[in-house]
Design a binder for this molecule. Structure first.
Ligand code: NAD
Ligand code: NAG
Ligand code: NAG
Ligand code: NAG
Ligand code: NAG
Length: 332
């Protein structure tokens, strides 16, 4: 008589996931979390680049370009996909130099995702951002809905995604879920050209050289979040029963700080650390148009969102990871 010795072979999950654009700052970490929860082979990571070896060997990886409708549809059907996490995006720096490409990926790509999801009854998660607000939005939190007139193409594309997803939800019953992420801080990937990137770069500088030149003014307050909180929030909203989500787009927040606050917190550990300021007018203007804090009481009320990392926990975690990472590089 045969027994199912290999338990993982019999892992029962109702959900099969695909993560698009999964090799960026957030995708690899989310994939790890989803695989722990839903089984390794039920979560497919995809991107248009070759993965590093450790990612390739950690579970299913395939090529998928979100601009190739038929190919993406084929992947969804062949793998009985039930959940699509849409992380594909063009890096800011690249997006500015090739707006045509950025518009294709951010806007046409989203349309492809929504159409495939509706056609094959997938659930969809799309991240938005604090960049979806603009100078006419209240800079200090005001409750519930507010004016969103962003002035960057990035923000405009994100508001478009929020509205399209909500439209498909009401019109076709698509299970669309969206979180507005603050600036996300993580140790193992270097961000590329965004407005909140200083808050990652500063840790590498503090550990390597003991000094840092900041491109935002010292008093620029922005909402930020440690990556572990961001990924857990994402897992939690994916798992939330549909009836607990009266809204389909939620703010999530953890902390807000200025470059000066962050510097002082790092100096508690590294007292000799020095920061100078050389303001980049382009990124400063973008930061000045964003909210200083995100009002997230709806997420806390509807699906129990609760952050774990405040500024001091963030600084401890980042300094630990960045220092260990450096030692590993030096040992190699
Ligand atoms: N990281 C943050 O601080 C932050 C904050 C707010 C919102 N977000 C949003 O979260 C999502 C993921 O962020 P991230 O920082 O991991 O992004 P990222 O820019 O680091 O990675 C995006 C990935 O998309 C891939 N990609 C580009 N074109 C593609 C295409 N045609 N088809 C498939 N994949 C393609 C890229 O190769 C890249 O690996 C993005 O939508 C971003 O706007 C991120
Ligand atoms: C396909 O996925 C659905 C859930 O979306 C599940 O109920 C079904 O059992 C899956 N089929 C196979 C063959 O895995
Ligand atoms: C596309 O999205 C990326 C990040 O998600 C952003 O940096 C870029 O500016 C956006 N470009 C457009 C045209 O929306
Ligand atoms: C910009 O993107 C478009 C669309 O993908 C592409 O055809 C064009 O060659 C790109 N231009 C540059 C300068 O890379
Ligand atoms: C999201 O945050 C902004 C900025 O704090 C706030 O004005 C808006 O009302 C919030 N939206 C929701 C739905 O909570």
């Amino acid at each position: 008589m045969d027994f199912p010795f290999n338990v993982s072979l019999y892992f029962i999950s109702l959900f099969f996931f695909i993560i698009t654009g999964g090799l960026g700052q957030l995708g690899v970490g989310l994939t790890k979390l989803l695989r722990e929860q839903f089984g390794k082979n039920n979560v497919i990571l995809s991107d248009i680049r070759k993965p590093p070896n450790h990612v390739y060997h950690n579970g299913p990886f395939i090529f998928s370009d979100i601009l190739d409708f038929k190919n993406l549809e084929e992947i969804v059907v062949n793998n009985n996909i039930s959940w699509l996490v849409h992380y594909s995006a063009v890096l800011s720096a690249v997006g500015e130099s090739n707006v045509t490409l950025a518009k294709e990926v951010n806007i046409t790509g989203l349309h492809n995702i929504l159409d495939i999801a509706t056609k094959h009854a997938l659930r969809v998660f799309v991240p938005s951002t604090i960049g979806a607000f603009g100078p006419s939005s209240p800079r200090d939190p005001a409750p519930e809905l507010c004016v969103q007139r962003p002035r960057t193409i990035y923000g405009v594309a994100k508001v478009h995604a929020e509205l399209m997803g909500e439209y498909y939800h009401h019109r076709y019953g698509l299970d669309f879920r969206c979180l507005r992420y603050p600036g996300i801080i993580s140790a193992d990937s270097q961000p590329g050209g965004g407005t909140t990137d200083y808050a990652v770069q500063i840790f590498h500088a503090a550990v390597k050289s003991g000094c840092f030149e900041c491109y935002l003014r010292r008093d620029t307050r922005l909402p930020m979040m440690y990556i572990d909180d961001c990924l857990r929030a994402t897992l939690e909203i994916l798992e939330a029963p549909a009836e607990t989500l009266p809204s389909r787009t939620y703010n999530i927040s953890a902390m807000s700080f200025t470059p000066h606050d962050l510097t002082q917190e790092i100096q508690k550990v590294l007292p000799d650390f020095q920061v100078t300021y050389n303001v980049d007018p382009v990124r400063q203007a973008i930061a000045d148009s964003w909210p200083m804090a995100l009002e997230d009481s709806a997420a806390r009320r509807d699906w129990g969102w609760k952050h774990e990392y405040d500024l001091s926990e963030l600084v401890q975690a980042m300094l630990t990871h960045v220092t260990t990472g450096n030692q590993l590089v030096q040992a190699n």
